[in-house]
Design a protein around this ligand. Structure first.
Ligand SMILES: Nc1ncnc2c1ncn2[C@@H]1O[C@H](COP(=O)(O)OP(=O)(O)OP(=O)(O)O)[C@@H](O)[C@H]1O
Ligand SMILES: [Mg+2]
Length: 411
């Protein structure tokens, strides 16, 4: 798509999280920022950041991290450590150490003369080679060790040794002028989607003592449920959590500010006008429940689909609604849903959330039949389930929910 034609440097709504370069685009969450920034004035803290997928949890953590680095409170590796499903404690620590090593060297090449750095770098280099020869890439941050959770990982170096290196790097960061040492961001702490409960409980229990190493602080970032999981399943970790923040979707007001800021930031020509109006942006906000990643992705697909600039110059509300409706329908079509499954989606959309008994009552079908349909929908990732005591509560996944809500807009 030719953005210059519309008067923009490039697509103003890239789905990339806020980075050091785009900090000024960060909008909203004032209270949460304030709270976390207070906490980050202390040394050795552990902050849990939790929010629904796509609302901006990574960007929030990035914002904290980079602002703290600007103020020389922390050295904060720009790339987060994306914790994968099959990591053990040693691979987590190794990834963290190599992440720090990379950042330190990127900031100041002269760091190489320090003994602690040299040793940590040599170690991470050695481990990286060993992991690679095992056919798994340990240090592609954000990457994965491979799809299979059964890949067994070699334990080359005991975790205590890795802990010593981490401690040394923390001290080194302080001598380099970062008052509170290092701030590490662990991302991807998503239950069910990425990690099983057992795995995350193991990892957190094992990492607890390492989370308490002097001059190293931690941002633990994950999906909804992370805080309560830690509180109920990993109480040893819960005891040492400094603060927990919940990232809600931006208010409509802040959302409008975010859009205006982005358009102004990427605009080349003052007169340029973005092909979507506020009504369309509001519609997207409503159907996605304010999840920015989905909104930005939908805007992109919609503009491409409509061949904006070639066929159409401006997208009206009706055209936007129909296009989104088609896009979502195409996505759902991949799941080859049956009429019975679609009915369940409709019912769950109406009810918001429900257990088997409630769905059975509403649909006037027996529970065994409903359970069978639900397990099919679970497999197709159209619904998700949470446990509340003995109760299993079902809800629509976002794709299905958007389809439901778009339909509601059509009637
Ligand atoms: N507070 C904010 N101000 C401005 N832009 C934001 C803000 N939060 C998020 N964004 C933008 O929204 C998009 C999604 O943000 P981000 O990747 O941080 O979400 P996320 O919750 O981490 O998503 P996921 O759950 O998929 O990892 C990105 O394009 C990001 O730049
Ligand atoms: Mg994220």
């Amino acid at each position: 798509m030719d953005w210059a034609f519309f008067g923009y440097k490039h697509y103003p709504f890239s789905v990339n999280p806020i980075t050091m370069k785009t900090l000024e685009l960060f909008t909203g969450h004032d209270e949460e920022v304030q709270l976390c920034q207070n906490v980050l004035h202390d040394n050795n803290v552990r902050l849990v950041v939790e929010g629904a997928r796509g609302v901006g949890t990574t960007s929030f953590a990035n914002y904290l991290k980079f602002r703290a680095q600007e103020k020389k409170l922390y050295l904060a590796p720009r790339v987060e450590v994306s914790v994968e499903a099959n990591w053990n404690l040693e691979s987590l620590l190794t990834a963290v150490i190599s992440n720090i090593v990379r950042e330190m060297e990127a900031i100041d090449g002269k760091i190489i003369k320090h003994k602690a750095f040299k040793e940590a770098k040599a170690l991470s280099g050695r481990l990286s080679e060993a992991y690679n020869s095992f056919g798994i890439s340990a240090f592609s941050m954000g990457g994965s060790y491979g799809k299979s959770a059964t890949v067994s990982q070699p334990s080359f170096i005991p975790s205590t040794t890795l802990g010593h290196h981490l401690r040394d790097l923390g001290e080194l960061a302080v001598t380099q002028g970062y008052k509170n040492g290092i701030l590490i961001q662990l991302n991807n702490l998503d239950l069910n989607v990425i990690h099983s409960h057992e795995h995350l409980a193991y990892l957190f229990n094992a990492a607890r003592d390492f989370f308490q190493i002097e001059n190293v602080s931690w941002l633990l970032v994950g999906d909804i449920g992370l805080t309560s999981f830690i509180a109920t399943k990993v109480d040893r970790l819960d005891d040492i959590i400094s603060e927990r923040v919940f990232i809600s979707p931006l208010s409509k007001d802040d959302y409008h500010k975010l859009i205006a800021k982005r358009l102004a930031y990427y605009r080349i020509d003052k007169k340029s006008k973005f092909p979507l109006g506020e009504d369309v942006f509001d519609f997207l906000y409503d159907i996605t429940e304010g999840r920015l990643r989905y909104i930005f992705a939908l805007v992109y697909s919609m503009l491409n689909r409509l061949q904006i600039g070639k066929l159409v110059q401006n997208v009206s509300f009706d055209l936007a609604r129909d296009t989104v409706s088609n896009l979502v329908r195409e996505r759902l079509a991949k799941f080859s849903l049956t009429k019975a499954e679609l009915d369940i989606i409709q019912i769950l959309g109406d009810l918001g959330q429900a257990n088997v008994a409630e769905i059975s009552e509403t649909s006037e079908k027996n529970r065994t039949y409903i359970s069978k349909l639900l397990s099919g929908l679970l497999q197709k990732k159209c619904v998700n389930v949470t446990k509340d005591g003995n109760q299993r509560i079902y809800q629509l996944e976002l794709d299905a929910k958007i389809a439901y809500l778009v339909d509601a807009y059509n009637t």
